[in-house]
Design a protein around this ligand. Sequence first.
Ligand SMILES: *Cc1c(COP(=O)(O)O)cnc(C)c1O
Length: 462
Amino acid sequence: MSARGKDFDAALDVASSRARAWLDGLDERIVRATVSADDVRAALGTELPDGPSDPADVVRLLADAAEPGLVATPSGRFFGFVIGGTLPAALAADWLVSAWDQNAALRAASPAGTAVDDIAAAWLLDVLGLPAQAGVGFVTGATMANFAGLAAARDAVLARAGWDVGARGLSGAPRVRVLAGAERHDSVDVALRYLGLGTPEFVAVDDQGRMRVDALAAALSSDADGPAVVCLQAGNVHSGGFDPFTEAVPIAHDAGAWVHVDGAFGLWAGASPHARGLVAGADAADSWATDAHKTLNVPYDSGIVVVRDPVAMRAALSYHGDYLITDATYLEPYERVPETSRRARSVPVWAALRSLGRSGLAALVDRLCRHAAAFASGARAIPGAEVLNDVVFTQVCLAFGDDDRTREVGRRLMADGTVWMTGSRWRGREVLRISVSNWSTDDTDVARGLDALARAVSHTAR
Ligand SMILES: *Cc1c(COP(=O)(O)O)cnc(C)c1O
């Protein structure tokens, strides 16, 4: 082995064996962390050493100190927030991405990175049922995907109004109306804030958090002329509900608005013949944001922005500051994302899709939905439990009588540690939310989850 190879060998061996032990322990490990951040800080030591340390020792110290403070989010018993795990091929490919250390911004810096970007992008458009000519950018997550899609939206609607925002900025620009459902994800708000567009106008939603078409039509008819953007949602984080794209997109387009869809986890419904109806009509939008680190189960950070018009995408995001771009030909991968230098983020996406294949991806989506339905029917059999949403996708919202009791069930469940389900507020009530997003969750995990839930509920019985 070369001297260089030897430099890496011991440290990578430690990392590999500790990673394998962590993954192997997920089936039985308590889901929550067993120590606090303060404990981990103390175990790591807060003094920066004066001199160098052996790389393998550094990795060993990190693993020893960090492991008790890790949450088993990649476990099949993690149902909190909306968090996916990691498929084996995606994880292994991600290790290679770090080892290769490619700068995927530039074709010349990594022909392989660009090639994988191209293939993964085409596959994504195919499986998600989006226009084959659309531009695809690999970003850090759906927050940045929302930002990038809405940047293209802002620039395009202002350009149509005769305002070159790239050259002139927003001062003195025509006002851009932005409409979003009352239950949009907060990352849409933050993306709009970064873009100088302020807080959106909120459109009323129905009892599943889906935008009401009559409310959208009324809002758009009140001031029909100026530049406008409508933000729709595929997958409400509480109900899993989908906005009515088939009706909403044409209404927005008739009013001249750009339509952006936040489909961080829900856009993947399009990959399953059984779930596809949920996103019917979403393919008519102008831009889409989704995550690969949720439903597709690749490691963080992995979000995807898709823009129907690659020219608009390039004009808004390109590095050149050339706002007269009229050519859709991408010169470089960085012209599709807000970042310049970046890791070869498409590689784990490619590996996940390549390992699942079309039918494996559909089966993954179907499995998540099936487990969510099983949670709902199991919960209905627990005295005092109430399922608050129509379970159409991967999300289940539960309540247990009054808010105090729902909170108490959540506390007991977390203390128990068999599963993780996150407390939240929805439609004015405390809820316990179950999100089935991990590829590895199986029937046993669901049964263990329902048992833990029944125990927590019986201990709070009144
Ligand atoms: C998770 C999520 C986001 C934000 O995605 P990140 O990957 O955390 O940046 C946006 N919208 C929805 C609907 C989400 O579920």
